[in-house]
Design a protein around this ligand. Structure first.
Ligand code: DQA
Length: 143
């Protein structure tokens, strides 16, 4: 099984960025968690991070026919991007949305998720561990 983990804008700043909200762990720590999960679960995990909406759309389109499941943290684009929503719907790959923070208990503008409308499930507020949970969900359901 091959899973694509996509991270949107500013997630490369983990550890530096608002640590009271997103925690002390760095983006490199997240990449290590993904590598460890791939080894433990005996699956392939490809990761991609971009600060640019169109690049995220391109990567989702690239996944068509190559990837069995997508774990996506679209970051701020969650709340704005119909283009990413449409890309996820276009490829039809099972997807799980993940948020490090508990967006449900944050500002009103974070309460809408466009991208989540194309995802089977949303995991929020579980920190980096949420990525592992999303991967395990896809593995259990689709491998
Ligand atoms: C986030 C939540 C978003 O509202 C925010 O814009 C982010 C990160 C999260 O992981 O908690 O950049 O997706």
């Amino acid at each position: 099984m091959k899973i694509l983990v996509i991270n949107g804008p500013n997630l490369n700043m983990l550890g530096i960025r608002e640590p009271d909200i997103y925690g002390q762990n760095s983006f490199a720590d997240l990449l290590r968690l993904l590598e460890q999960t791939a080894a433990e679960e005996e699956i392939e995990i490809e990761q991609y991070q971009s600060n640019h909406e169109g690049d995220l759309v391109d990567k989702i389109q690239w996944a068509y026919g190559k990837i069995d499941g997508i774990v996506i943290n679209p970051a701020a684009y969650t709340h704005t991007s119909i283009a990413i929503l449409d890309a996820l719907k276009a490829v039809g790959i099972p997807a799980v949305e993940i948020h490090i923070s508990d967006v449900a208990s944050r500002e009103p503008f974070r309460q809408i998720s466009y991208t989540g409308m194309a995802c089977e499930k949303t995991i929020k507020g579980h920190g980096l561990e949420g990525y592992r949970e999303a991967i395990l969900y896809l593995k259990e359901k689709y491998s």
